[in-house]
Design a protein. Structure first.
Length: 77
């Protein structure tokens, strides 16, 4: 009987992982799509094409790394 309880609990634990991954993927995709939309809209308004210089790429990478670091620290409270 205890073995069945352990198996059922393990199955429940796996579902929250899958849900978390799916929600995270959806939020990430929507955030990326929104950011791309805003960048292209701003480029259209200024009449220029969108260019990403190496300096801007590094700045963006550092910002994303900081965001991920903040997300990871949420579970440490």
């Amino acid at each position: 009987m205890e073995e069945n309880a352990i198996i059922e609990q393990t199955e429940v634990d796996d579902t929250w992982k899958a849900k978390t991954l799916l929600i995270g993927a959806a939020v990430g995709a929507l955030t990326g799509l929104g950011a791309a939309y805003l960048l292209t809209k701003r480029a259209e308004q200024s009449g220029q094409s969108l260019t990403l210089t190496p300096g801007k790429g590094v700045k963006l990478g550092v910002l994303i790394a900081g965001l991920l670091r903040s997300v990871l620290s949420l579970g440490e409270e």
